[in-house]
Write a new protein. Structure first.
Length: 256
């Protein structure tokens, strides 16, 4: 029997490394596909390229920029998506205050190289307690440095010319999870609450990332799907269990 497919869409300047824990969790039951979103200068083009290589039916999860691409896919082929997860993403069009900082980042990468961009960009994207974690920081730096200033410039062009996806939310009818960390400075909580409320029946929107409150301890604001949490996030775990065959889902519940 042909394995079902799970598409995992990475965020800005990210690749399959950002999904490593999810790939490990699902690869025995799913055909995992992490589309290469590098080289495109619009979210629409990323969505078209992903759909061209995707099977007739699939489950879909998008992180950050990948979430916006997932929403473009939902605009084009909602009948092909079995279930959807939107992680640390947004739907609003570009804001004026966003333009100059984004262009400054592109200029830095083009002038001084991708390593200079990473040094400036990474600290605000990480939760303060993880900025001195050499394993985590090293993994993210290595991933970003696999990119180039040209790839980064194209993805920023896509971000600065994105469509307003707010009107599309009401047309999403498949089982959907919307998830963001409450310490995520890169993705406002209000934006994700807007997405959740705009999709009828979408699952829970947020989790607490402060371990002092006894909740999940994720390392990054903009890297929700990065290394596994120290405790499960119920809404994400439920979404993951819903993908598994009944026998595997039961064993997952017992071990979670």
């Amino acid at each position: 029997m042909t394995a079902r497919t799970l598409l995992l869409l990475p965020g800005l300047l990210c690749d399959r490394e950002i999904w490593a824990p999810q790939i490990a969790a699902f690869e025995s039951d799913y055909r995992i596909v992490v589309p290469d979103l590098w080289g495109y200068d619009s979210f629409e083009a990323m969505a078209e390229a992903t759909l061209a290589e995707a099977p007739a039916r699939f489950s879909l999860a998008g992180h950050s920029m990948g979430g916006r691409v997932a929403l473009e896919i939902m605009q084009r082929a909602p009948e092909r998506v079995e279930r959807l997860a939107l992680l640390s993403t947004g739907v609003h069009p570009v804001r004026e205050a966003e333009i100059a900082p984004r262009l400054a980042q592109v200029a830095l990468a083009e002038r001084d190289g991708i390593e200079a961009l990473v040094q400036e960009w990474l600290p605000p994207m990480l939760h303060a307690r993880y900025r001195s974690d050499p394993k985590l920081v090293g993994a993210i730096v290595s991933m970003w440095c696999r990119g180039t200033p040209e790839i980064f410039a194209k993805q920023i062009h896509a971000a600065l010319h994105r469509r307003d996806l707010r009107p599309s939310l009401a047309g999403i009818h498949c089982p959907t999870l919307v998830l963001v960390g409450d310490k995520d400075d890169a993705t406002p909580m209000a934006e994700n609450e807007f997405i959740r409320d705009g999709i009828g029946g979408a699952a829970d929107c947020s989790f607490t990332s402060d371990s002092r409150n006894g909740a999940a301890n994720w390392p990054a604001s903009g890297f929700l799907v990065s290394p596994a949490p120290r405790s499960p996030i119920p809404s994400w775990e439920n979404w993951r269990r819903s993908l598994l065959p009944p026998s595997r889902s039961a064993s997952w519940s017992a071990s979670a």
